[in-house]
Design a protein around this ligand. Structure first.
Ligand SMILES: *Cc1c(COP(=O)(O)O)cnc(C)c1O
Length: 239
């Protein structure tokens, strides 16, 4: 089931790339495994899926401990509390959700302590929805500057979530804002900062995201099915 779903998602990504003249290799698929178990992750990994996204530190820790022998790349995509940073820094591949300087400083501290460099994205809030996660676009440039001065953090790009809607086209304005913001940050010519990645697009809007320039799509439902256990997405976790 998971293997078939993965094939379908890969095909849809490839088709979207063809439609807009992009290289398939330029779009990374992150399988969002939150609320699903070790067996599901194992099955997806066995079907050739190396990148997984998780929202909760505790849940990620449990899966990581039980799957430590396989070459999974773990992405942290949820709201990250500073006091949990130390648990994921040793192995996390990319943190998608840095949205304030305090958090960046804690990542720097933990990474420096271990003599490591941690890859991060800045999460930007691009919708009208009332959420406390993501930095507003006008403040993102400044955060990028601050992060560029932290030697154990490498800023790799930006992340956002489109609005909650049935129509994937409703996500376009969010995605375009992120593309503009990327250009703006690059125009500032911040030392050492090259924004390679735009993490945008989920099950309902990933094709639109690819059309708008996404380089990382974060897909859960289309791969693992509907989540029935306690929800932990950034949006769903808010109510
Ligand atoms: C849950 C979640 C996803 C995946 O959502 P689906 O709609 O299941 O594809 C992607 N990004 C974030 C930040 C999430 O919390």
């Amino acid at each position: 089931m998971i293997a078939e779903n993965l094939d379908k998602v890969r095909k849809r990504i490839a088709d979207a790339c063809i439609r807009c003249g992009r290289n398939r290799e330029d779009v990374l698929l992150v399988a969002v495994s939150k609320t699903f178990g070790v067996e599901e992750v194992r099955e997806a990994f066995g079907s050739g899926q190396p990148d997984f996204g998780e929202n909760y530190v505790q849940e990620l820790q449990t899966k990581r401990e039980r799957l430590s022998h396989v070459g999974i790349r773990w992405h942290f995509i949820g709201h990250l509390q500073s006091n949990k940073v130390k648990y994921i820094v040793p192995y996390v591949h990319l943190i998608h959700s840095v949205d304030n300087e305090h958090l960046a400083l804690e990542i720097q501290k933990q990474a420096e302590r271990r003599n490591q460099v941690v890859n991060v994205l800045i999460e930007v809030h691009t919708t009208d929805e009332a959420t406390k996660y993501g930095i507003p676009p006008p403040q993102a440039v400044n955060l990028a500057k601050k992060i560029s001065g932290l030697h154990n953090i490498r800023l790799q790009g930006l992340m956002t979530m489109g609005p909650f809607s049935d129509d994937p086209n409703d996500s376009r304005p969010s995605f375009r804002q992120i593309v503009d913001l990327k250009k703006q940050i690059e125009r500032e010519g911040i030392d050492g900062v090259t924004l390679h990645h735009l993490s945008m697009g989920m099950t309902h809007d990933f094709e639109v995201a690819i059309e708008e320039g996404s380089t990382i799509v974060r897909i859960g439902t289309a791969i693992f099915g509907k989540r029935t256990k306690g929800e932990s997405s950034q949006r769903e976790g808010m109510s």
